[in-house]
Design a protein around this ligand. Structure first.
Ligand code: GTR
Length: 329
């Protein structure tokens, strides 16, 4: 077999074996993209879509190769690797960026958005742009904000109806001081842990519960080992699609713009996928016998209110919080 033919065969085999992975033959640049979620999850699909748009915009010169299911590491690790240009594109939650980009904490503050509509309205406007821009001095290009619904608590012990029910529960949180403080303020014991370790943590009783949205609760199978889901919806902490500044700076200006445009175009796609997935995941969870309850949110909101001062501490962050509030009026 000639070298070219052999390469083609290898590429074809890799395409089959790698699931969603496509190997570019003609592309000059292949951007390596990381996501913790499995193939088919809205964020993964949105990133693949972004790759298709980008390929089209650059006449096939740039492709995106998506590594799903935390193949490239847990979020904390991919964030570090992205900083050094080992990973080009990274899709992570705002939460593990909270300690790096303080503006993201303001967006993740408890009950800062009154609804999904107001979240979308705010993030589509100047506030969204301001927050994405804040990634840059830290070594990342913030390309797009993706939906992530609302996060609620779930656990293996009891339904959470009042603050009293939170007392003493060991709750896994993302690696974020804000989330640590939120859980503390509610009287529970926060345990920071990587996403990939939560299932076994729940199973072995190392933790009693965690918090997340419907699609993550379902796709991670946490609902099989933590059967009480309490709809307190404490945070609408979104996802970010970001690029390594090192990788970005290597591209000519025209391609940089194409990356930005492709990412922006994927937001609409992500929302369609998200809305459908939320419904689907909720149904799967409901049918599995999970006990779901509503929560009177007022006492939760009140208990967490003091956190606002800590995370909207500087005049700039206070101003950002005010803009988020004003944009919802
Ligand atoms: C999900 C988010 C993931 C990850 C996960 C977690 O909602 O999409 O990127 O951050 O939460 O709780 O670690």
């Amino acid at each position: 077999m000639g070298t070219v033919k052999m390469l083609a065969a290898v590429a074809a085999a890799a395409t089959i074996l790698g699931g969603g992975v496509t190997l570019a033959q003609a592309a000059d640049t292949v951007l390596r993209a990381a996501d913790t979620h499995p193939n088919g999850y809205p964020t993964v699909e949105a990133m693949k879509y972004m790759g298709e748009v980008l390929k089209e915009k650059t006449g096939g010169r740039i492709e995106v190769q998506v590594f799903d299911s935390h193949q490239l590491g847990e979020e904390k690790e991919t964030i570090e690797q992205t900083k050094f240009g080992v990973i080009d594109l990274d899709r992570v939650s705002f939460a593990p960026m909270n300690n790096i980009v303080p503006e993201t904490s303001v967006v993740c503050l408890p009950y800062v958005f009154s609804s999904v509509e107001s979240f979308r309205k705010v993030m589509d406007g100047p506030v969204g742009e301001e927050v994405l821009k804040a990634f840059e001095p830290k070594g990342y290009i913030g390309l797009a904000v993706y939906d992530s619904g609302a996060r609620s608590f779930y656990n293996s012990k009891r339904p959470i109806k009042t603050l009293e029910d939170m007392k003493g529960l060991k709750i896994r949180v993302q690696q974020s001081d804000l989330f640590l403080d939120m859980v503390k303020a509610l009287g529970a014991n926060p345990t920071p842990m990587a996403y990939g370790e939560v299932y076994s943590g729940l199973q072995t009783g190392l933790i009693d519960g965690a918090e997340n949205n419907w699609p993550s609760y379902e796709s991670s199978h946490h609902y099989e080992v933590a059967k009480y889901f309490s709809l307190d919806q404490h945070a609408q902490c979104p996802e970010v699609l970001m690029m390594s500044k090192i990788s970005y700076d290597k591209l000519p200006a025209e391609d940089q713009q194409a990356v930005r445009d492709a990412a922006k175009e994927s937001v609409k796609k992500m929302r369609e996928l998200w809305d459908a997935q939320e419904e689907k995941s909720r149904k799967i969870v409901e049918e599995s016998g999970v006990q779901i309850n509503d929560v009177d949110k007022a006492p939760f909101q009140e208990a967490m209110a003091p956190i606002y001062d800590k995370y909207a501490s500087t005049p700039e962050l206070k101003a950002l919080l005010q803009k988020i509030r004003d944009a919802q009026k």
